[in-house]
Write a protein that binds this ligand. Structure first.
Ligand code: IDP
Ligand code: MG
Length: 137
């Protein structure tokens, strides 16, 4: 079993798409082991995305991620990291496969509805950034 970290981003929560995305997560065989709705402040978003701090979109990205609530999740299944990225689709919805979350719901390359860890080391940073062990059940 593997765990990954996911976010239903502000654009999706604002448009009341959280239920549809959670339905896809469960239908794909993920177990939701952690879930909460939170509002990021700008500095917490900056800490989360620190690997992108030199990128030109960093400031806009952190403003977007902190403008309204998100739903943070820990998802468990075999091959969870790769399978969640497949279910989300490509970063840019214009390049995402049909039937993926980003193809169906994303507004654009920034407001792309969902986040997923890209590797085990990333998940090991991202999960404890938002959850204590006691919150994972
Ligand atoms: P990922 O979310 O598919 O792993 P990353 O390259 O890690 O993509 O980028 C993190 C987030 O930054 C993206 O999900 C998206 O919200 C935003 N982003 C990535 N590239 C761009 C860009 O070229 N312009 C604006 N925002 C971007
Ligand atoms: Mg990424």
């Amino acid at each position: 079993m593997e765990r990954t970290f996911a976010i239903i981003k502000p654009d999706a929560v604002e448009r009341k798409l959280a239920g549809k995305i959670l339905d896809r997560i469960e239908a794909a065989g993920f177990k939701i082991v952690g879930m909460k709705k939170i509002k990021l402040c700008k500095s917490r978003a900056e800490g989360f995305y620190y690997v992108h701090k030199e990128r030109p979109f960093f400031n806009d990205l952190c403003s977007f991620m902190s403008r309204s609530p998100v739903i943070v999740l820990v998802l468990e299944k075999e091959n969870a990291i790769a399978d969640w990225r497949t279910l989300m689709g490509a970063t840019n919805p214009a390049n995402a496969e049909p039937g993926t979350i980003r193809k169906d719901f994303a507004v654009n390359i920034e407001e792309n509805s969902a986040h997923g860890s890209d590797a085990p080391e990333t998940a090991s940073f991202e999960i404890p950034y938002f959850f204590s062990a006691l919150e994972l059940v």
